[in-house]
Write a new protein. Structure first.
Length: 189
């Protein structure tokens, strides 16, 4: 059986990190990939590694990481290729929180190896309260941008998303289980 690289996308505050944590708890084969960023880490943030842009660029030139994306004024998502490929060879499901505008490029770097999930909130008014509750910055423009992105999934990103799920309050276990079932059932010999 072949493992897949799980790419979880969705608006800020939709619960991507929480779903990934629950997946790891449900099944030890699901492992988080620490992506690299140039911004300082938030308090308690452990799924990313902060480093200077110059180091990210050097790593990219050596082919050690995937593309580097400029998002919200910082550089994100340089993913360690070796770790991802080794995890899949070992039958694991490496997983990452990612932005959908960069998914097509990522699929080129990992042809046939990605299973992509887009998480949606039950409604976008809940996003603001989730971000505020988590002590994160709530920018009206960012929420509106995420809402436009979600409303254009069919027109802009047709064929790129393998699974879409609504992450309702208190249902993270159900969402994680649906992802686990979908990715493990789609594995090919």
């Amino acid at each position: 059986m072949r493992a897949k690289f799980l790419v979880i996308m969705g608006p800020s505050g939709v619960g991507k990190s929480t779903v990934m944590q629950r997946l790891s708890e449900l099944d030890a084969r699901f492992v988080k990939v620490k992506n690299h960023v140039t911004r300082p880490l938030r308090p308690g943030e452990t799924e990313r590694v902060s480093m200077p842009l110059s180091k990210l660029k050097e790593m990219r030139e050596r082919g050690e990481v995937t593309q580097i994306n400029h998002i919200y004024g910082d550089y994100y998502a340089a993913l360690p290729k070796k770790m991802i490929n080794e995890a899949m060879r070992a039958g694991m499901f490496p997983m990452v929180d990612y932005k959908i505008p960069f998914l097509a490029e990522l699929k080129v770097e990992f042809p046939g190896k990605i299973f992509s999930v887009y998480l949606l909130p039950p409604n976008f008014s809940i996003i603001r309260s989730r971000l505020m509750k988590a002590g994160r910055q709530v920018e009206k423009n960012r929420i509106e941008e995420d809402e436009r992105e979600a409303s254009s999934l069919d027109s802009r990103y047709a064929g790129l998303i393998d699974l879409r799920l609504v992450n309702e309050e208190g249902k993270v276990g159900r969402v994680a289980e649906e992802i686990r079932k979908a990715i493990t059932l789609r594995r090919k010999p």
